[in-house]
Each structure stands twice: as structure tokens, then as C-alpha cells.
Design a protein around this ligand. Structure first.
Ligand code: GRF
Length: 200
């Protein structure tokens, strides 16, 4: 299975997947490319350090070496997605894993990889889609939170659920402490989900 991973930031879930592929825990697979829409994503260096090809494909157009951030200088969502799809297809990618990729995919992208795009989210979906999850979970006084790996559709954090794991909310938890415990589970859950998809 040829895997492509999309990131926008830290890339800890990407690292978990790359390491699991390299160790053979995720069998018969290769991470063909890690693509970031942000030039300063910390995950890029981590992917390079693991010998994985990286690409930066920004929504903003470049003028010479400068990135032009004027709205009119941005690619449309479809143009941006088409560029990413092209690079994934060129490398024979069969499974696209979103790992902290902070953009909604266009229908064009979804249709290019039907049932082959998955995402990880730090809540028990369908509860708490979107941002600031841990803050909202704590404010609501939830006793449990967790993480979800799901197929990606055109909507935010929706699509069929592949695997979920519960994490207990503890007395005195802050968004940071809860997030740290959920991250540990995210890394395992994402690897388990990819293993399950491959064996299916
Ligand atoms: C994770 O919490 C993931 O569930 C969410 O974005 C965060 C990405 O973190 N979609 P990282 O870049 O994998 O460290």
C-alpha cells in the first residue's frame, strides 16, 4: 500500500505512521510522500529525518521566492487540491492520511480517492468536531473524551467512523493534560486503523 500523508503542523501522527511503516508494524506499505500546505510545518523536518520525500504545496501563489498572501493571489481550493492530487497520483498513492491537515478537502479531492482518504480527530465523533475540542469537552464537564479515525467526506470531521478510542477525563485536567493523554492514544489508534484498512 502506497501511503501519502498530508500535514499542516507538528506532524506527530505522521511520525507515528511513518515509524510504524518502517518497523513493519504496518505491513507491506510505504510512505511515498508527506505534503504540507505550510512551509514552516515542523513535521516536514521530521519526515525528512526519516528519509521520506516531502513537498510544500501552499494555497498562496509564489512570486519569485516570495509568497504572495493577497487573497487574489491565492489559488482556488480546487486548483490547490488538483496540484496535491497530481503529486499523489504521480507517486501511485492509494491511501491518503490526513494528519493535522487544517483544510477542508474539495469534492474534487474526495472523488479522486473514493473511500481512500482518512483523518484523525481528537474527540469521540460525532461529538465535538472542529477546533478547540479539549476546551469544549472540559467546559461541558464530560467524563470521557477520546479520538476517532474516520473516512473523509466534504464536511468537517464527518464521514464513516473506522475506529474510536475512549480516554477518561480526569479531575483537574487542563486542555493540555487532556490533549497529551489523547495524543498518546491517537498515535496508536491511527496505526491500528491503517493496519485494519490494509488487512481488509
Ligand atoms: C491531532 O490532534 C489530530 O487529531 C488533529 O490535529 C492534531 C494534529 O497533531 N486532526 P499532529 O500534527 O499530528 O501532531
Amino acid at each position: 500500500m502506497n501511503i501519502g500523508i498530508l500535514i499542516s503542523g507538528r506532524g506527530s501522527n505522521m511520525v507515528a505512521l511513518v515509524d510504524a511503516v518502517k518497523s513493519g508494524e504496518i505491513p507491506a506499505s510505504e510512505v511515498a510522500v508527506v505534503i504540507s500546505d505550510k512551509a514552516d510545518a515542523a513535521g516536514l523536518e521530521k519526515a525528512k529525518a526519516r528519509g521520506v520525500e516531502t513537498l510544500i504545496i501552499q494555497r498562496e501563489r509564489k512570486i519569485g521566492t516570495l509568497v504572495d498572501t493577497r487573497v487574489s493571489a491565492r489559488k482556488t481550493r480546487e486548483e490547490h487540491d488538483a496540484e496535491i492530487i497530481g503529486e499523489l497520483k504521480k507517486r501511485g498513492v492509494e491511501l491518503v492520511c490526513l494528519a493535522g491537515y487544517m483544510r477542508l478537502l474539495s469534492p474534487l479531492f474526495i472523488q479522486a480517492f473514493p473511500n481512500r482518504i482518512i483523518n484523525i480527530h481528537p474527540s469521540l465523533l460525532p461529538a465535538y468536531p472542529g477546533l478547540d475540542v479539549h476546551e469544549r469537552v472540559l467546559a461541558a464537564g464530560e467524563k470521557f473524551s477520546g479520538c476517532t479515525v474516520h473516512f473523509v467526506d466534504e464536511n468537517l470531521d464527518s464521514g464513516d467512523i473506522i475506529l474510536q478510542r475512549e480516554v477518561e477525563v480526569k479531575e483537574g485536567d487542563t486542555p493540555e493534560t487532556l490533549s497529551a493523554r489523547i495524543f498518546e492514544q491517537e498515535h496508536k489508534l491511527y496505526v491500528d486503523a491503517v493496519k485494519q484498512l490494509i488487512s481488509d
